[in-house]
Design a protein around this ligand. Structure first.
Ligand SMILES: NC(=O)c1ccc[n+]([C@@H]2O[C@H](COP(=O)([O-])OP(=O)(O)OC[C@H]3O[C@@H](n4cnc5c(N)ncnc54)[C@H](OP(=O)(O)O)[C@@H]3O)[C@@H](O)[C@H]2O)c1
Length: 334
């Protein structure tokens, strides 16, 4: 019997925060896999701040989602029908299947999910692109040394929470910047951060002065805007500023603002370097093995914020990222 597919398609390019009219919800028969293809029933969708950037036209590291196309999304699901020699019915697989209930794939970019290692949502978080982003951004660009001070913004999110923990594993001090007392308490009490700064509570620069009197050796920035401005004033000599993202700017209706205090890079003889995680793809297996080992030993803790729902709820759930309503990896279980 043909299954009914449900899809969320991009209807318009948003101005500011996406609204209901930027999306189309469509139901239609699920596609039939052809020779060399298989059909996946998608069960977990990864929600990522980058989705907002993919909705914009213009130059980026990846092509925008076209108007009328199914919204791009990474996900995990089960193979329900296969005409592919390497995939069998019942396999749990991960890939960029889109915001839809059923997806056809030829196996390109698809990986088997090792369920013995961890449940599916973890493979979208600490053992997925978030963990890898933390791993390569911190270790390749931030290069913290034992005893140095690492500051990470968006610290209670999927990437940020792993950054601080890897910093601790490597013998550095970890200071997180996050919104709200609960998130800050979680970072220190549960994840072992040395300190946490609630940027919503007031003077971030003053709090940084108190927690990092010797300056900041590595700043892993997920947020941009005023948080970046504040941390730039506290750089130690030779600091590395890692540009992972700038979520405070993703819904801006005017041109994104650049760092106000960038001359502090000169004063501190510091560098500021951006990166795109896909450039490290060849090294993903080795990095995932190390992340998995830390997870098994208990040195790394993973948290997923799983929302149960269906495809139709995707637009609302996505907004949680921009409202700071998630702690850890935001996943929609459908
Ligand atoms: N370079 C790469 O290859 C790469 C790959 C993946 C992800 N990233 C980037 O990594 C960053 C984190 O992604 P994630 O998936 O881990 O998301 P996340 O941190 O789990 O979720 C987003 C968090 O950002 C914070 N936030 C939202 N609006 C903000 C604002 N205006 N000012 C300050 N903070 C705000 C919120 O936390 P609070 O409650 O603390 O405000 C929210 O919970 C993003 O910038 C993303 O684009 C980069």
């Amino acid at each position: 019997m043909t299954q009914i597919n449900a899809q969320c398609r991009l209807a318009a390019r948003p101005v500011g925060l996406p609204t209901a009219s930027d999306w189309d919800y469509v139901e239609e028969p699920a596609p039939e896999p052809q020779d060399g293809q298989f059909l996946v029933r998608v069960e977990y969708l990864s929600l990522d701040p980058a989705m907002r950037a993919w909705m914009n036209a213009g130059r980026s590291y990846i092509a925008p989602v076209g108007i009328g196309e199914v919204m791009r999304a990474a996900g995990i699901g089960t193979v329900v029908e296969s005409r592919h020699p390497l995939y069998n019915t019942g396999d749990c697989v991960q890939g960029v299947f889109g915001v839809q209930r059923y997806a056809v794939s030829d196996g390109g970019g698809v990986a088997q999910v090792d369920m013995a290692l961890a449940p599916p949502p973890v493979h979208l978080g600490a053992l997925g692109l978030s963990g890898l982003t933390a791993y390569f951004g911190l270790l390749e660009i931030g290069r913290p040394e034992p005893g140095q001070t690492v500051v990470v913004s968006g610290a209670a999110g999927s990437v940020g929470s792993v950054v601080g923990q890897i910093a601790r594993i490597k013998g550095a001090r970890a200071i997180g910047i996050a919104g709200g007392a609960d998130k800050c308490a979680w970072l220190v009490d549960e994840l072992g951060f040395d300190a946490a700064i609630d940027y919503k509570a007031g003077d971030t620069a003053a709090q940084l002065r108190a927690h990092a009197p010797g300056g900041v050796d590595v700043f892993f920035d997920n947020v941009g805007g005023t948080v970046l401005d504040d941390v730039l004033t506290r750089l130690a000599r030779g600091a590395r500023v890692v540009i992972s993202g700038a979520i405070s700017q993703y819904n801006a209706t005017e041109a994104p603002r650049g760092p106000a205090n960038y001359m502090q890079l000169l004063v501190a003889r510091a560098t500021m370097t951006g990166f795109v995680i896909f450039d490290y793809a060849e090294r993903f297996p080795a990095a995932l093995a190390e992340l998995a080992a830390w997870l098994r030993s208990g040195e790394l803790r993973s948290r997923e914020h799983v929302v149960e729902g269906d495809i139709e709820q995707f637009p609302d759930v996505l907004l949680k990222l921009f409202r700071g309503e998630n702690t850890g990896k935001l996943v929609l279980a459908i």
